[in-house]
Write a protein that binds this ligand. Structure first.
Ligand code: URA
Length: 317
């Protein structure tokens, strides 16, 4: 930003940011999924200001003395689903603003290309609404945010029930997934499908996605910069779905979501929490194909998940 932090315009922005933050906290009844304090409001405000284009891009007009009214909430289609415990309130990025940047907490914040449509409002500030997967997919667009875009055939966003209680997060698309644009449709996908069915679910009941949405060449591991580019989209997907349980398949999913570099051999089988949602780390199906003796441990992990859903353990695959 070009303006001084003491300018009336900057102060107006901070006041508006705090007002919206408090409103959102109130609306969420203190159950906010991703924000725990006013500190984040300040961080968000600072982060947004650092992303905003120079003031010259906006119409030359002083901000209103009073905070401007918040934009109307984006209506979202309600998709019925089986009764599930109440989930924390969530945040939403504004719809259809392609460029995004990750805030410090991994949320998507739209980077404005031009002046906001409503005076005084901070563009891209999350406003207490829950995003939809469609909005997130639109924001992802024809993504060029990292080098994986050069080799991909398709972006592999995710598949399944947008209101799933159970979400599986893998690492990244392989060759088959890249060709079809659908996660877990190759050999590891076949095993994952069997695991899901053995748990008493179908693929349509759950939601399946990956840490990175484009295929790393030659199925190499995703690199830190690639994960960093894609991670906000994963976090927003989880925010949109608000599942009851997340199963993190393999080290990249578990370590990325938990921000914990503990090896998967030690993470697996232990309940963790991701933004108030239960998370079970387990082995990746591709690893299980290479090391079938480890299937027993993965099945134990999945049985713990089944207990949450009141499902009894059947035969494993
Ligand atoms: N492995 C993954 O992690 N994800 C897929 O979609 C396929 C294989």
């Amino acid at each position: 930003m070009n303006e001084s932090p003491e300018s009336p315009e900057a102060l107006g922005e901070v006041v508006e940011d705090l007002r919206r933050h408090l409103l959102w906290q109130e609306e969420s009844g203190g159950r906010a999924l991703l924000v725990d304090s006013a500190k984040l409001a300040a961080e968000r405000s600072a982060s947004l200001r650092s992303m905003l284009p120079p003031r010259g891009a906006a119409p030359a007009k002083a901000p209103p003395a009073e905070p401007a009214p918040a934009p109307p909430p984006v209506p979202r289609a309600e998709v019925p689903r089986a009764a599930a415990p109440e989930r924390p309130a969530a945040l939403a990025p504004r719809p259809a603003s392609p460029p995004v940047a990750a805030s410090g907490n991994g949320l998507l914040l739209d980077v404005p290309q031009k002046a906001p449509p409503y005076p005084g409002a901070l563009p891209g500030v999350v406003d207490g609404e829950r995003p939809t997967l469609d909005e997130i997919r639109r924001t992802l667009g024809d993504c060029q945010r990292c080098k994986l875009c050069t080799g991909r055939k398709n972006i592999v966003f995710g598949v399944g029930n947008p209101r799933a209680d159970l979400v599986f997060v893998g690492e990244g698309p392989g060759e088959n997934e890249d060709l079809k644009g659908i996660p877990f449709v190759g050999a590891a996908g076949d095993l994952l499908t069997k695991m899901i069915q053995a748990m008493g679910f179908s693929r349509d009941d759950v939601y399946i996605c990956n840490v990175v949405k484009c295929r790393p060449p030659g199925n190499r591991n995703p690199e830190p910069d690639e994960i960093a580019s894609c991670e906000p989209f994963l976090r927003s997907q989880l925010l949109a779905i608000q599942p009851k349980v997340i199963v993190a398949l393999g080290k990249f999913a578990a370590q990325t979501l938990l921000r914990d570099s503990t090896p998967i051999t030690r993470l697996r089988g232990q309940w963790r929490e991701y933004q108030g949602v239960k998370l079970m780390p387990t082995f990746h199906p591709a690893y299980l194909l290479r090391s079938p003796a480890e299937k027993r441990k993965a099945w134990e992990d999945l049985q713990q998940v089944m207990k949450i859903f009141g499902k009894q353990g059947g035969a494993r695959t």
